[in-house]
Design a protein around this ligand. Structure first.
Ligand SMILES: [Zn+2]
Ligand SMILES: [Zn+2]
Length: 151
């Protein structure tokens, strides 16, 4: 992960400095080849399932494009999946999307600086989202404390 990716991620999101923030997600329908019967073992039956992805491009952290319906035809069978184009120009490959959906782990992180300086119940900052981006958002938030001199 590069510094520019982190900056773009934060730029694309309206992250408040207090309260709990949830990183936006995207639910898309993809074909699951691994769940389909193998060639020659029965009639072709495509399997399409919804998966949850981060709404952020994994390469640069910019917002992903809006999913749209895409009809496909294979072996006499029509089925629909979602496709999208990212405004940043990076392309999400099928293999990368399958892997991201399978590995995506949602975590809740709390800012240790907020908790330290507001022990009397003052509002703190926390973030919920995939571990990939939750850490980026928390680090960006903590940089605000450092800029203010921690107090
Ligand atoms: Zn991108
Ligand atoms: Zn904080």
């Amino acid at each position: 992960m590069t510094a520019s990716a982190d900056t773009r991620a934060i730029d694309a999101l309206a992250v408040p400095s207090r309260g709990r923030y949830t990183i936006p997600t995207l639910t898309v329908r993809i074909r699951v080849h691994s769940a389909e019967s193998r060639w020659g073992s029965g009639p072709f039956s495509p399997v399409v399932r919804p998966v949850v992805l981060d709404a952020l491009c994994p390469q640069c952290g910019g917002l992903r494009g809006e999913p749209r319906n895409h009809r496909q035809h294979e072996d006499g069978v029509w089925f629909s999946v979602d496709i999208w184009s990212n405004p940043c120009g990076h392309t999400d490959t099928y293999a990368a999307v399958v892997e991201e959906a399978a590995r995506r782990e949602v975590v809740d992180l709390d800012c240790p600086v907020c908790e330290h300086i507001a022990p009397d119940g003052g509002e703190t900052f926390g973030v919920r989202g995939s571990s990939r981006w939750a850490h980026v958002v928390l680090l960006d938030h903590m940089a605000l404390h450092i800029a203010r001199g921690l107090g």
